[in-house]
Design a protein around this ligand. Structure first.
Ligand code: SF4
Ligand code: SF4
Length: 280
């Protein structure tokens, strides 16, 4: 089973949920697909056993062959290849490696080369779970290829937690798609609700079952709860704002390890998901 953990925005508690779930079940394999800010390793402290470089392809124009017909520029949705007056410009960081420009080039003037965009680190956590996390190189615009590689690496594992990028970007969709269930982590504030609604919309469009986990449940107001009730979305669990949690978090520690009743919260959350509950 693949369980995606996501949130409308960063800093909502997504990694808290992913890493505490990992702690309560040794069979869980966690992949941190939040490749711009992969924080799960801070808490799970994997011992690196392997590193995998991730590459993408980008077009290179053989200028001697090019007849400056402009077709490559017309097909590219990302403005990554732009025919100018005397040459064709390629912006490789914007390229999504779709292959379209090569297909339409009438004279075979486009070839592809590879470049490294980041890496994947693999290893066992201090709790003996296996995990991998992706790391996008600074300046790169898209980590989608790293996310796809991470997912492919664990495709045969029985129980996978996917710590997804926040929001509803291409990277989030890539991380979440083909999961069996999604847990939306939110805070009970107007901002939290607003961001969460966009994620709900995205998951419904994807046809994915999901439920909600509320972080800092005693701060803010009741709007998240009212919305979930109106929309028939199940609240799978919650944790309050607690100074002890904040204290362990600031030290990079899994608080469920030290506070038994929180361990129970995450055991129940996992049970609720594995039991096939969903609130959409
Ligand atoms: S491969 Fe696709 S995204 Fe990249 S430059 Fe060509 S058309 Fe644009
Ligand atoms: S499609 Fe080919 S020939 Fe036409 S401008 Fe692009 S690279 Fe040159």
């Amino acid at each position: 089973m693949k369980i995606a953990v996501l949130s409308g925005k960063g800093g909502t508690g997504k990694t808290t949920v992913s890493t505490n779930l990992s702690f309560v079940n040794k069979d869980i394999v966690l992949i941190d697909c939040d490749v711009e800010e992969p924080n799960a390793s801070i808490f799970l402290k994997p011992i690196k056993s392997e590193e995998e470089k991730v590459f993408v392809e980008y077009p290179v124009v053989v200028q001697e062959k090019c007849v400056l017909c402009g077709k490559c520029g017309e097909i590219c949705k990302f403005n990554a290849i732009i025919p100018a007056k005397n040459t064709v410009l390629v912006f490789k960081e914007s390229c999504h490696s779709c292959g379209g420009c090569q297909l339409v080039c009438p004279v075979g003037a486009i070839k592809y080369e590879k470049r490294e965009i980041g890496k994947i680190v693999k290893g066992k956590t201090i709790f003996n779970n296996y995990m991998e996390y992706g790391l996008l190189n600074i300046g790169e615009l898209s980590g989608v290829n790293i996310i796809k590689t991470l997912k492919n690496n664990v495709k045969d594992e029985k129980l996978v937690i996917i710590d997804s990028p926040p929001g509803t970007s291409c990277a989030t969709v890539s991380a979440v798609e083909h999961s069996d269930f999604a847990i939306i982590v939110t805070e009970p504030t107007p901002f939290g609700l607003n961001d969460m609604k966009m994620v709900v919309e995205m998951l419904r469009e994807m046809g994915m079952p999901f439920g909600v986990f509320v972080n800092k449940a005693d701060l803010g107001d009741m709007e998240v709860y009212d919305y979930c009730r109106e929309e028939n979305i199940e609240i799978l669990g919650e944790i309050p704002f607690d100074k002890d949690i904040a204290n362990y978090y600031s030290k990079g520690e899994i608080f469920s390890k030290y506070i038994p009743h929180y361990k129970e919260v995450f055991e129940n959350l996992l049970q609720a998901v594995l039991g096939g509950k969903n609130g959409n």
